[in-house]
Design a protein around this ligand. Sequence first.
Ligand SMILES: [Zn+2]
Length: 301
Amino acid sequence: MRLFFIVFLISSLNLSAQDKLILDTLSLETDSIVIYHDKSWEYLSMLNFNGILNVELDSFIKNEFKNKIIQPWDNYEPYVISNDLSIIKDSIWLCNVDENHPNYHLPSPGKTNSRFGPRGGRYHRGIDLGFNNSDSIFCAFDGVVRYAKYNSGGYGNLVIIRHYNGLETFYAHLKKIKISKNQKIKAGDYIGKGGSTGKVSGPHLHFEIRFYGNAIDPELVFDFKNNCLVSDNLFIHKNTFSYAKKYGGVYSSKAKYHKIKSGDTLYGLALKYGTSLNKICKLNKIKPSKILRLGEKIRIQ
Ligand SMILES: [Zn+2]
């Protein structure tokens, strides 16, 4: 009994030594200075960073979607609402890991509570992982932290990491975030403690994998039972996002879109749907003077 206690104590000491705790973060335009608990600090220079970590993939997407699908480096919004990959034609083979970034790590060792798919009339765009012996959350692949703050849309404390493989991973409902936006991060690095912040019924990790803002079933990438990758490669094709036709590609089913027809104006849409011009502009991150294209999808709710 006593021996067990000593072993336990040592392992918990090791854990806290591994976590480099952040004391404070100072934001300077696109850069930030992170001050760690041990009084060391790091200057994170992201000046002119365009968010492209996979040049080859990015130029393919630009060509394929004629610049309609975009992926800006945004520290304040989880995704681009107008991105809709259900129109994808060509298939894409992604390398989850390669010789430059060979490592991966499962975000949480907990068991699966709820899977990707339809749930109560909406679409659950991630997987819910419970906490067994530990609520420590880890980074899935090498990358850069794009978003690390509280999200009022239901995610609670949310971390989004963009990876060199072209994917983004979302870690939601965290109790505490122990990393900072614009920080370079490696697979297996400690992100923070899992929790129950945001819209939840109990503590769990809501984990999403997104490709240019569109959610992919995390079980296509990770085998959560056996703690490994399903494959080194991920095959993305038009059926990967087939749910988007019914539920929308990026946002929850509560989001409502309007397809622009001849004669539509933003003010007209606001009147038609009983909302305001200001709200539509904010939702779509557009100016009231924006020229609308026929067939373009404008989010109205
Ligand atoms: Zn969830």
